[in-house]
Design a protein around this ligand. Structure first.
Ligand SMILES: Nc1nc2c(ncn2[C@@H]2O[C@H](COP(=O)(O)OP(=O)(O)OP(=O)(O)O)[C@@H](O)[C@H]2O)c(=O)[nH]1
Ligand SMILES: [Mg+2]
Length: 198
């Protein structure tokens, strides 16, 4: 799929405030600093569309980006950043929870996992919650430029083994590097295949 237009469509902290147009939404979630905003920039080919930072906790609101005037990419705040003050961490968790549980237009949640580390307890708990609520999700392993192909496959195999302990069926899995600009076609083609089924 070709992205010919990507426009910032608004920020929100409550579902009632999100852009009014009812279009399919593809959202990105994962631990703080895993590379959600960078991936959105890579996918859209717009390096400054979503704000990124080397400091975790950069994205604090739900950002909608209108793609090709027909669907939205949604950048969410990260979870699991221990250094945030308690109150802010609770508020961010509520922003994420409300969007995921209540946005009627969400068709696919991409859960990003840093390919350098084993999938963590916090990710597994988050995935379990998605399962309990029947939220469709796929995994994207990020920052794959940091590993060679053999190490990357070994890490993905380890994560699959960990996931298999709780999941009978594994979710779709993709890999990307925003730095090396790889995985773009895979993610966009996957989105396209879902859009065509709607
Ligand atoms: N090497 C490498 N670095 C990356 C990649 N993607 C993101 N980064 C870096 O990781 C850091 C975090 O990137 P963001 O895109 O801001 O991460 P985020 O998940 O949106 O973070 P929060 O909004 O804070 O939750 C930045 O310093 C990015 O440059 C990647 O594919 N490869
Ligand atoms: Mg971000």
């Amino acid at each position: 799929m070709k992205i010919s237009q990507a426009i910032f469509a608004g920020s929100s902290t409550r579902v009632a405030q999100k852009p009014a147009r009812r279009l399919p939404e593809f959202a990105f979630i994962g631990r703080s600093n895993v590379g959600k905003s960078s991936l959105i920039n890579m996918l859209t080919g717009r390096s400054k569309l979503a704000m990124t930072s080397s400091t975790p906790g950069k994205t604090k609101v739900v950002n909608h980006f209108l793609i090709n005037d027909s669907w939205y990419l949604v950048d969410l705040p990260g979870y699991g950043y221990a250094k945030l003050p308690d109150k802010m961490r609770r508020e961010l968790a509520e922003v994420i929870r409300e969007y995921i549980m209540e946005s009627q237009e969400l068709v696919m949640l991409f859960v990003l996992i840093d390919s350098r580390h084993d999938i963590g307890r916090i990710d597994l708990d988050f995935l379990s919650e998605l399962g309990e609520h029947g939220i469709p999700f796929a995994i994207i392993f990020t920052k794959t430029d940091k590993l060679g192909p053999v190490a990357l496959q070994a890490q993905i195999d380890r994560d699959c083994a960990i996931l298999s302990q709780t999941w009978e069926e594994l979710p779709p899995m993709l890999a990307s590097s925003s730095a090396a600009r790889t995985g773009r076609d895979e993610v966009l083609d996957y989105i396209d295949s879902i859009l065509k089924q709607l």
